[in-house]
Design a binder for this molecule. Structure first.
Ligand SMILES: [Zn+2]
Length: 80
């Protein structure tokens, strides 16, 4: 396994670790967001969230009008 950078912004499913600061929990949700001031409308940034941080992270994004969708990562442990 090769691990590039931990802060890449374009991977849809990198390590599946919660994006909350200091949190190392496995992510259960994929928050798709977009900042209309700097992103084209079809651009998607992704934050991953564990169950504990889904609310705070999505609240943060929705408060700014960035939140587009929240997808559940249904315990998918796929082996490549
Ligand atoms: Zn978390």
């Amino acid at each position: 396994m090769t691990e590039p950078h931990s802060d890449s912004d374009s991977n849809a499913e990198p390590d599946l670790i919660c994006s909350a600061k200091g949190c190392q929990q496995p992510a259960a949700y994929d928050l798709g967001w977009n900042n209309p001031k700097i992103h084209t409308p079809d651009r998607r940034k992704h934050w991953l969230a564990c169950a504990e941080h889904r609310d705070s992270l999505s609240a943060f994004l929705s408060a700014r009008g960035f939140l587009r969708e929240v997808d559940e990562i249904a315990g998918s442990q796929r082996e490549a």
